[in-house]
Ligand binder design. Structure first.
Ligand code: ZN
Length: 413
């Protein structure tokens, strides 16, 4: 299978499209309001200490001094967390002291950014926490045996006097892959430390790239043939990141006319379809996709398809076509949780199996774990898809204030 990623960065918006064999299969959009700074790491200088508030203001080179609360102020003294947590701020910090800090809350209005001295570096499967002294596993991984395996690995792989957390996506990931991730995180951490030492007075030493970084970290891997970007600036940013994380992927990145590629793969039209309830299939049949609080319901409709004289054959073809498109729409829309599909009723038992097999095969192309659980007594197909990040509609849409999501408003008489 040929896999390509198209990455467009313009006017505070990043759009990434994943193409498989010429068709869009995944879509990621991030809009940056102002310029995000959360996650960035700075070298700062303590400006004033406020013993009454148990806090300090730190100059990190932004317009407003950043706010550091005592609970977030200790760092690099692993094993002493408990003692330090009860230490007053004036004995932890001195005015004029240099400090490595990470932004946890964006500055708003007259308020400066909120910062912490406890650095966290998220990798593909792990999070490195250089200032704590324990290994842990994401609470969202529930299987007890898997938790035990990962807990042991977190302890084994964490560098001395540092913390390591296995992220939810680490579930089922091999020891070798976790080691690879741990090595990369340590390289990034070494880079940050040396920039802290070399950097003159204060300023940015590590930038969190948001969606672009998450894509490079979580999606761009050796099974992707090419990554196309829309500008030299983005190309340089990507190369700089890959230098640190995965240098062997650098040669797969190209600058190109991204609008041409967006046209070629009809990305804008696909995005409009992915936000619509109704999805037309090639043969005139269609899907209706409804999301509720608890689950997503997909209804397959024959519509105007009367192409064949053999009704059972028509139904089978429509359901097969629907299965392919449903698998694709789940990925593009990034729908997680429970999904119920109402295929057109099939009388022929082998036909049901054929559709289920195709659905499972199509879903297996998805990196997000999915399971086809089978057919219920009423003939509905149940699927689960792991919830990873936000769905496309929650990134791009907000609830209708008129009907508050009900989709119906009172009739006027
Ligand atoms: Zn409405």
């Amino acid at each position: 299978m040929r896999r390509e990623l198209l990455m467009r960065w313009q006017a505070n918006e990043t759009t990434v499209a994943a193409i498989e064999d010429g068709r869009l299969v995944e879509l990621y959009v991030e809009r940056e309001f102002d310029c995000r700074v959360v996650g960035n790491i700075y070298k700062g200088v303590v400006k004033n200490i406020l013993p009454g508030m148990q806090a300090a203001f730190v100059d990190i080179g932004l317009e407003k001094n950043a706010f550091l609360y005592v609970d977030d102020a200790w760092a690099g003294m692993a094993g002493q967390e408990q003692i330090l947590a009860e230490t007053p701020i004036q004995s932890l910090l001195k005015e004029g002291q240099e400090l490595m800090v990470q932004i946890t809350k964006e500055p708003v209005g007259s308020k400066g950014a909120r910062i912490t001295a406890q650095i966290t570096l998220p990798g593909r499967y792990l999070v490195l926490m250089p200032t704590v002294n324990h290994g842990a596993v994401s609470r969202r991984i529930q299987n007890p045996a898997e938790r035990q395996r990962l807990q042991a690995l977190a302890e084994e792989l964490r560098p001395e006097n540092m913390g390591l957390i296995v992220r939810t996506v680490g579930e089922g990931i091999s020891r070798e892959e976790l080691i690879q991730d741990q090595k990369q995180l340590l390289l990034v951490w070494e880079g940050i430390k040396s920039r802290f030492e070399q950097c003159g007075a204060k300023g940015l030493i590590y930038k969190d790239l948001g969606l672009r970084q998450r894509i490079l970290r979580d999606v761009f891997s050796s099974d992707i043939n090419r990554l196309m970007v829309n500008s030299r600036a983005l190309y340089n940013e990507v190369q700089e990141y890959l230098d640190m994380m995965e240098p062997q992927l650098k040669r797969k990145v190209f600058v190109c006319n991204i609008e041409e590629l967006f046209d070629k793969y009809s990305i804008e039209q696909e995005m409009a379809i992915a936000l619509d309830r109704k999805v037309w299939l090639k043969n005139g049949s269609y899907l209706i996709i409804d999301r509720t609080e608890a689950l997503t319901v997909i209804d397959v409709n024959t519509g105007k398809y009367v192409g064949s004289t053999d009704l059972t054959d028509t139904i089978l073809r429509t359901n097969m076509e629907a299965a392919r498109e449903i698998a694709r729409q789940l990925r593009i829309r990034n729908i997680g949780g429970i999904i119920i599909i109402d295929f057109i009723d099939m009388e022929v038992e082998p036909h049901k199996q054929k559709v289920l097999d195709l659905l499972a095969a199509e879903l297996s192309k998805d990196k997000v774990p999915t399971h086809v659980l089978g057919i219920t007594a009423l003939g509905l197909v149940e699927i689960t898809r792991k919830k990873v990040r936000q769905s496309l509609d929650s990134t791009l849409e907000t609830l209708c204030p008129q009907c508050a999501g009900k989709g119906r408003i009172p009739l006027k008489n």
